[in-house]
Design a protein around this ligand. Structure first.
Ligand SMILES: C[S@@+](CC[C@H](N)C(=O)[O-])C[C@H]1O[C@@H](n2cnc3c(N)ncnc32)[C@H](O)[C@@H]1O
Length: 262
């Protein structure tokens, strides 16, 4: 189980695959979170951990016909699905999806204008190595944007704070770095980046859409056998009841950390 945080992405079952395709759809109202990247036409952009490819496809639209997007991804099925989506959207000339298993970015040094990495760094075996790869592929003056959560910063009603800690503590083996949100600025500076800027974007879900995130966590807790089955059932049952009654509330603020290669 010691590399579960990576293995659970390399192999994804059908249920999770479907859940992710719904969870990771990029919506137009998310575009402002890319502002710090200052993406322009003809830019070349790396999307590390591109998953089903929705963000990469949006980036391909933003860089225009003279731009290039590279999605780099561990899971083969995500890569295949992303390629099919690019082709369906007529964007296959400007977006390339690379399948990698070793965190080596298959691009030349100083070849990329912008790097974006959304909800990935919490899972990589060696975040310092990956940030070093971002630095290597970026042109001098190029920008990076890390978008990530921090699992010490999650709120779930009707669970008590102790229950939140119990449940997310039991899921901890699914993450290499559950507190990447707060650590990303320091790690980017240590990798040689400058002009590090941090902002936090928060929302509150009261309708139960976040149950997808919580079901994902539930699966980690069950796979890791980190809590008794009856306890997981009881915790999840209370969430379902709360959604039904209308007193569910979930918040997981996202850290937006941008920086520049000098
Ligand atoms: C939470 S998903 C985010 C997907 C996408 N960035 C998004 O926000 O829509 C994490 C993604 O990182 C990928 N990933 C995890 N570890 C990786 C690694 N070591 N190398 C490349 N990709 C990785 C997973 O396969 C998955 O697609």
């Amino acid at each position: 189980m010691s590399t579960y945080y990576k293995d659970h992405w390399a192999e994804i079952d059908e249920t999770r695959l479907e859940r992710y395709e719904a969870m990771f759809v990029w919506r137009a109202e998310q575009d402002p979170s890319l502002t710090a990247l200052d993406i322009a036409e003809s830019h070349s952009v790396l999307d590390f951990g591109s998953g089903p490819g929705f963000l990469s496809l949006r980036l391909a639209e933003l860089v225009g016909a003279d731009g290039q997007v590279h999605g780099v991804e561990l899971n083969e099925r995500f890569v295949a699905g992303a390629r099919a989506r690019a082709s369906d959207a007529g964007l296959e000339d400007r977006v390339t999806f690379h399948h990698v298993t070793d965190e080596q970015i298959p691009l030349p040094a100083e070849s990329i204008d912008r790097v974006v990495c959304k909800n990935v760094l919490e899972y990589v075996p060696d975040v310092v190595h990956v940030l070093g790869q971002f630095f290597r592929v970026l042109k001098p003056g190029g920008r990076v944007l890390v978008m990530d959560s921090d699992w010490g910063f999650v709120l779930v009603n009707p669970w008590s704070p102790d229950e939140v800690r119990e449940f997310f503590g039991a899921a901890a083996g699914a993450f290499r770095e559950p507190h990447i949100g707060r650590r990303a600025p320091m790690l980017l500076r240590a990798a040689g980046f400058t002009d590090v800027d941090v902002s936090i974007s928060a929302f509150a879900d009261t309708e139960g859409r976040a149950m997808r995130v919580l079901r994902n966590m539930e699966q980690y807790v069950r796979d890791l056998e980190a809590l008794p089955v009856a306890r997981v059932d009881a915790l999840m049952g209370r969430l379902e009841d709360a959604v039904e009654r209308g007193d569910f509330l979930f918040s997981l603020p996202q850290f937006l950390v941008s920086a520049r290669r000098p």
